[in-house]
Design a protein around this ligand. Sequence first.
Ligand code: 2AM
Length: 170
Amino acid sequence: MTDSLRLFFALPCPVSIAQAIVRWRTDQHLPGRPVPAENLHLTLAFLGAQPAERLSTLYQVAESVRSQPFEITLERLHCTPRGLLWLEPAQSPGALLQLADALRAGLTDVAIPFDSQAFRPHLTVFRDGAALPGAAPPAYRWLVDRFALYRSDSIPGGVRYRTLREWPLQ
Ligand code: 2AM
């Protein structure tokens, strides 16, 4: 039987920013399931279950994407009706939108399906949440210098994301 992997392209959250987010989050005492620090990321394209044979094509798609490093500021909190609490930029940098567009166009060119919902950049910090804190979060400035292909595996009590490959922005 063909192996299937649950895959997504994302920006890995730098460790120093993940630590700062976790410190702020801990102080908020909010309801919900905190996303583990090592799982924090900003999804560019969600592919879902894909046959493992597609990995080499996915690597080629990623390899062909060109983007300079850019900065993103996560400064707003948003709670979705389904209880995701996420950080998002007030304004998405053009380079971020172009990177997501280029990846999605590359996937379309090779006929690899992905979740085609409009791209709304965000970094989920809680699941099953219900409330926003009274005060605005600090603004997290993030210099984006890479993106990655992740696999998502179910583990007892949650999910584990593993980086399959990373590509520098340069
Ligand atoms: P989320 O942060 O909004 O939950 C791995 O599941 C990542 O892919 C999560 O960051 C998740 O976004 C994102 N994602 C995007 N579309 C998805 C979908 N249709 N199903 C599951 N995860 C999706």
